[in-house]
Design a protein around this ligand. Structure first.
Ligand code: NAD
Length: 947
């Protein structure tokens, strides 16, 4: 009655609309400890199904039983768990070594060889990575307890290793340190495997890990210690465009050195993921986009492996009969010996094919996953999707009974490599740092900028670069001995001249066609894009962002240029409403000279966004940069001018906020003030700008973006791996110095202990050091003053909560402004550290018992900037979307990193004036809307055609 097995899979295929609810329910079930929670989710996922009679019987029964008082919750919950466990049993060989051993014995007695895969959670910290290493070694040891088997004599047992499980800080940017850590953990595994003559395959995971995986295999093959051992295995994914090149490269290398290597050939399991990531980032798609092309490549690679036999020992992994037959034919043609080639299939998948091939005497190895159900869920859901997807050979063969093979179609042409083009604006995307070549180019740029340390830079007024005696010195926060540069400081005379120039040029700039201004902005976007590596280097050296954050800062700046250019063209079209006898025209006009006052924490992005929005809408700008990052401001202005700005349209006046800033803000010719920064300064600017003096006839428009105290709620049923990653990135990315940063973590009390344990472990594994070193996740704080302020908050935190992670930094760092992440548990929602914007890596944790309470706490601050929720409960997601009132709300993802045109950014309450940078309404802040109406009726006659 409760069987979810094949019967259910068949059923799901016929009802695709219920499929996603069912798989989401399966995904969350293992994380629900309490019976009442299981019932609650059952109802949330299935109660409002349009046609309940179409639901599987066990769900219908569960829903009905949950309303009957005499059926205890526990019975319904156990029934659901039992059903899902049955399904899991089909694809997962056991949850402990004992069950696994029994299954291996059974499979081997039937003539299958095996490769064991240990299912696990994503590793959060170095302790967990160590535990993984230990677990792999434990599997190898447990092979000793298995009885001798016929099949294992010819086809040794095997272990499949996931490298990302062995390093919590696996990062292509930290190539050398990642490789060192991996080697340290892999070698003991290999030693043990060699002693037992066990094959070790290194699984190939996402494209971002590909280069390091191949590099590690090459290093191990070249290591003298393993010179006499030839049971190492790699994986080649036929869907990958570089698979042939990778395969040839490594096999040629092996051939030249007389080495042998197992090569498991598969189609590839991360097809959707690779495409989504590539589309999002505007990267070349690394995988073939058509299945037919992948199938064809599979056959070509099988042939290649045949050509390289015996250097290559091929393992043809597939569930597609055509592909497997192709492998068999290659093995036959090359006369491959037993034990030197094999077929591989996944445990529980396409069993009739497994049986058939086994009975015909072909060497079939099963990839056997084992482990706890909870970490195994993502594996299970992937298998379920594969078994029920329309594209799947398995589905077509065993369910639809159609002729499924996609055939080896030699007519198919290669797909285009670039992601599909879309009309209008699209983000330029991040650099792809999983590619060594891109890392090298960025490295060269950093080196070249470091050579420019200590240069002098001018201020800029009315088209003239001006040097003054008084300068602002900008130092590298990673090492205060490094002077990044010195920039001329504007005195009151300069400020006055800048204001006059802006005032005088306003008429001309206003009358310059919007197309011309938008063209200029696109040219600027091109220029920033062309120099993106150089600009990212300035950001990481002057501002202390790590490589990825610096690159994202530059990306956002470029995106602003293209997005606002596009928006300007749209706005300029205006609107027209014609009524009988009446013409109505609605247009926008620039407001006038604009003061732009940006902060230091997005030194290029925010400055570019505010300045270009004002300029493209026809307003001359006086830009007062932050004193912490004036050189980046100079770099921007230089390029903006080079892109073709008339004299006087943009002025750069570095100086202190209280002097230069004040002077600009209060000046009568300033019409708009675009400010991003702290609440205190923002509110004081608003107050000053609000005063209308005797001779003034305008109200200044003040566009304010200020701080936040952003809560991230982690629900009891959240995917803990994803939540953990989201919290780490949101709270400690750029050392917590983002207005959007997670600065309050709200944890459901039922998961608080275990979640915090892992979070602490993960945070303490983060690498801290100079931003120029790409291996560092956390760099310095912006300056000494910030460091002292954060240290005061750290002292306060010790009073206001239970510190579970004390900030700690390595001893050997240069003289920069470093501190480590701090986590403080059991903080009262009214405590100062839970209410004030700290702007550093201090994370207060508040435990809550139900969602209403969490939302109340989250909303109960003076800010409303960003917020987030990790949950798999549909009702909770709905409730938070409606009741958690912030400018930018994120569900099941990190709460930082808003993208231009996708997540218009900005908050309300005391976080800002709700103006949404990077959104469709932003430019209107710099414009007056005008409505012009003409009565076209003359003496009873109207020229309207439609009358
Ligand atoms: P800040 O308020 O100290 O300085 C911001 C800018 O204002 C600087 O250019 C500064 O020189 C200038 N300034 C200072 N005093 C002034 C005055 N009296 N008159 C005119 N200008 C003056 O802020 P910061 O330290 O540079 O940046 C951090 C703050 O910015 C945080 O509070 C953060 O939350 C906020 N921020 C908000 C957003 C957002 O979009 N909401 C984005 C980034 C940063």
């Amino acid at each position: 009655m409760f069987s979810l097995d094949q019967h259910l899979l068949n059923w799901v295929m016929e009802k695709p609309r219920i499929k996603s609810s069912l798989f989401q329910f399966v995904d969350v079930l293992a994380s629900l400890d309490r019976s009442s929670d299981v019932l609650d989710h059952l109802r949330a996922y299935f109660d409002d199904t349009a046609n309940p009679s179409k639901l599987p019987r066990w769900i219908r029964w569960g829903l009905r039983a949950s309303t009957m008082r005499f059926v205890p919750d526990k019975v319904v919950a156990e029934a659901a768990r039992f059903s899902v466990r049955q399904l899991a049993d089909r694809f997962i060989a056991g949850s402990d070594a004992g069950e696994l051993g029994e299954e291996i014995e059974r499979l081997e007695s039937e003539g299958f060889s095996i490769s064991i895969d240990r299912l696990g959670e994503e590793v959060a910290g170095e302790q967990e990575a160590e535990e993984y290493r230990w677990a792999y070694q434990h599997i190898l040891q447990s092979f000793d307890d298995l009885p001798e088997s016929e099949v294992a004599r010819t086809h040794q047992r095997s272990l499949s290793v996931k490298l990302t499980a062995l390093d919590s800080q696996f990062d292509s940017l930290a190539r050398q340190t990642t490789l060192q850590r991996l080697e340290r953990r892999v070698k003991p595994i290999l030693r043990q495997a060699r002693k037992r003559n066990i094959i070790v395959y290194f699984d190939m995971e996402q494209d971002s890990t590909r280069e390091i995986t191949l590099e590690l295999i090459r290093r191990l093959l070249g290591d003298d210690e393993f010179a006499d051992w030839d049971q190492l295995g790699m994986v080649i994914q036929a869907y990958h465009r570089h698979s042939t090149r990778d395969c040839k490269k490594i096999l040629k290398w092996c051939e030249n050195r007389n080495k042998r290597l197992w090569v498991r050939l598969v189609k590839g399991a991360y097809w959707d993921y690779e495409r989504i990531i590539a589309y999002r980032n505007n990267w070349d798609v690394p995988v073939y986009e058509s299945k037919t092309r992948t199938d064809r490549n599979y056959c070509e690679l099988a042939r290649l492996l045949g050509d390289y036999y015996p250097t290559a020992k091929p393992a043809f992994g597939s569930h597609n009969l055509y592909s497997l037959s192709y492998g068999i034919e290659v093995a036959r043609q090359e006369d491959m010996k037993p034990g030197e080639w094999e077929l591989q299939m996944l445990y529980g998948m396409g069993e009739p094919i497994q049986q058939l091939l086994n009975e015909r005497g072909y060497p079939v190895r099963l990839y056997v996953p084992y482990g706890e159900l909870l970490p195994g869920m993502s594996y299970l859901v992937r298998r379920l999707l594969e078994n029920t997807s329309n594209q799947s050979f398995l589905r077509q063969t065993f369910h639809d009974e159609s002729e499924a093979d996609s055939q080896y179609d030699s007519e198919v042409s290669d797909d285009p490599v670039a992601p599909p083009k879309r009309e209008g604006y699209r983000s330029v995307g991040l650099q792809n740092f999983s590619k060594r070549s891109e890392i090298e180019e960025q490295r060269l740029a950093v080196d070249s900028i470091q050579k420019k340390y200590g240069n002098n830079y001018s201020l800029f007024i009315d088209g003239e670069w001006i040097d003054t005696d008084s300068t602002i010195t900008s130092v590298n926060p990673s090492d205060s001995d490094d002077v990044v540069g010195r920039i001329s400081r504007a005195d009151p005379g300069h400020v006055g001249r800048a204001l006059r120039a802006a005032d005088e040029v306003f008429g001309d700039w206003r009358d310059t066609g919007h197309d011309e201004r938008a063209d200029w902005l696109e040219r600027l976007g091109d220029r920033l894009e062309q120099d993106r590596r150089e600009l990212a280097s300035w950001v990481l050296l002057e501002n202390g962002k790590n490589w990825r954050e610096a690159d994202a800062d530059v990306m956002e700046a470029i995106d602003f240029c293209y997005y606002y250019a596009d928006q300007m063209r749209r706005l300029a079209e205006g609107k027209q409403w014609s009524w009988p006898g009446e013409d109505n025209i609605y247009t926008y006009e620039p407001r006038g000279p604009t003061a732009v006052i940006p902060p230091w924490n997005f030194p290029l992005a925010i400055l570019t966004g505010m300045t270009t929005a004002a300029l493209v809408t026809g307003n001359p700008v006086i830009l007062k940069p932050s004193s912490q990052t004036p050189i980046i401001a100079y770099q921007f202005v230089k390029r903006a001018v080079d892109a073709g700005l008339p004299e006087g349209v943009l002025q750069l006046v570095p100086g202190s906020g209280s002097q230069v800033g004040n002077e600009i803000v209060e000046h009568p010719s300033i019409n708009v003030i675009a400010f991003t920064g702290s609440r205190e300064v923002g509110l004081s600017i608003r107050e000053k700008a609000g005063k209308i003096r005797e001779n003034e006839d305008i109200m200044k428009n003040v566009v304010l973006e200020m701080g936040g105290k952003n809560a991230l709620v982690v629900d009891a049923d959240a995917n803990k791996d994803k939540a953990l990653d989201g919290v780490i990135r949101s709270a400690f990315g750029y050392q917590g110095q983002k207005c959007s940063a997670c600065s309050r973590l709200l944890l459901h009390e039922s998961i608080a202990e275990t979640f915090l344990e892992r979070l602490t472990e993960a945070a303490s594994s983060l690498r801290i050091g100079p931003a120029a070193d790409p291996a560092n996740f956390m760099g310095p704080l912006i300056d000494r003053e910030s460091l002292m302020r954060i240290q005061e908050y750290q002292d306060l935190a010790r009073e206001e909560g239970e510190v579970v992670l004390e900030p700690d930094v390595p001893d050997d760092l240069p003289d920069g402004y470093y501190t480590g992440p701090m986590i403080v548990d059991r903080v009262d929602p009214d405590a100062r550290i839970a209410r004030e914007e700290i702007f550093g890596p201090i994370l207060p944790v508040i435990r809550y018992s139900d969602l209403e309470e969490a939302i109340d706490i989250a909303n109960d601050v003076k800010y409303a900037l960003t917020g987030g929720l990790y949950s798999r409960h549909p009702d909770h997601i709905r409730q938070v979307k409606s009741d958690f009132k912030v400018g930018n709300l994120y569900v099941n993802r990190k709460i930082t990193g808003a993208m231009v045109g996708r997540q218009p950014f900005g908050g309300f309450k005391l976080s800002g004036t709700g103006t949404k940078a990077g959104g469709p309404d932003y430019l209107k802040n710099f414009l007056w809307p005008r409505s012009v109406t003409e009565n076209t009726v003359r003496r009873g006659f109207s020229p309207d055609e439609h009358l």
